[in-house]
Write a protein that binds this ligand. Structure first.
Ligand code: SAM
Length: 287
């Protein structure tokens, strides 16, 4: 029997169970041993680690994780995959599969139950249609975690990594960089999956900061301001914020704050650093 990390191994198990791919679940299974190794090595998984895998599919990467981690919890939405996972993961006693939607799963409870509340590592080949809510949920719900190492769409990885003044810079870049230090582990071609995705992919590691690199007095307010600033990218920051409903401060009032910060009154949100957004949020909070 060929191993799962090949086209023949994957097709054999899919045929055995008469499995049909569900496009709505973003199912693109990895068939490249080299990439699988890069993800698990890039995540730095050791026998001390409890790992959460989101969307195990047929269990290809789960097997790699079981070999290297202390314990693996795999959350899979598609119930048709559960009997397959039971089969492919039968050699391992350090794994639990949960049949659920990750966006409806209480991950804090999982961390409590399987790792006594200590930080876990998240490792996944994510379903691309919900990359942002998954990652933002992990950060915003303050799940105890050391790092997130995930395969995502290349374009989204670019958005996470860039700084001010570039076209990809936006609310996602700022949120990711507030909570973590991103680093690209590998770019991955569609040939490494079955079926092949229509987009290029990237493995990115987000190393969670113990505390954020900057401090805003009101974190939630800062993120409301950031979202409003990028909602209408082409408008000036003062116009975007004054029209957004996040503040009672007038356009002129916001322009005065920008002057205080030494910034141009016509500046757009895409030019501001995370530090400047924190300062802006603090000063707006004082009005
Ligand atoms: N880990 C496998 C691999 O690398 O071959 C499969 C990755 S595939 C890109 C994404 C997986 O996430 C699929 O198994 C899909 O069914 C599952 N999935 C999709 N939406 C999900 C959700 N909301 N919660 C949990 N799993 C989900």
């Amino acid at each position: 029997m060929p191993t799962l990390d090949s086209i023949s191994g994957t097709v054999a198990i899919l045929d055995k169970y008469g499995f049909n791919f569900q496009k709505r679940f973003g199912q693109n299974f990895l068939i490249d041993a080299n990439i699988l190794d890069k993800i698990v090595s890039g995540a730095g998984v050791t026998k001390d680690d409890c790992v959460l895998e989101i969307g195990p599919g047929i269990g290809t990467m789960t097997q790699y994780l079981c070999e290297r981690a202390k314990y693996v919890i795999a959350v899979e939405i598609d119930k048709a995959l559960i009997p397959i996972l039971k089969d492919t993961l039968s050699p391992y006693d350090n794994v639990t599969v949960i049949n659920n939607d990750i966006l409806k799963t209480d991950i804090n409870e999982i961390v409590e139950k399987y790792n006594e509340g200590r930080p876990i590592k998240v490792v996944a080949n994510l379903p691309y249609y919900i990359t942002t809510p998954i990652i933002m949920g992990l950060f915003e719900k303050h799940i105890p975690l050391e790092s997130i190492t995930v395969m995502i769409q290349r374009e989204v990885a670019d958005r996470m990594s860039v700084g001010p003044g570039t076209k990809d810079y936006g609310a996602l870049s700022l949120a990711v960089q507030y909570y973590s230090k991103p680093s690209v582990i590998a770019y991955v071609s569609p040939e490494c999956f079955i079926p092949k995705p229509k987009v290029g992919s990237c493995v990115i590691r987000l190393e969670r900061y113990a505390s954020p690199p900057i401090v805003a007095k009101d974190e939630e307010m800062m993120f409301r301001i950031i979202r409003a600033a990028f909602n209408q990218r082409r408008k000036t920051l003062a116009n975007s914020l004054a029209n957004s409903g996040v503040t009672h401060i007038s356009r002129e009032g916001i322009q005065n704050i920008l002057i205080k910060m030494g910034l141009d009154i016509n500046i757009r949100g895409e030019k501001l650093t995370l530090e400047e957004f924190a300062k802006l949020s603090d000063l707006m909070g004082e009005v």
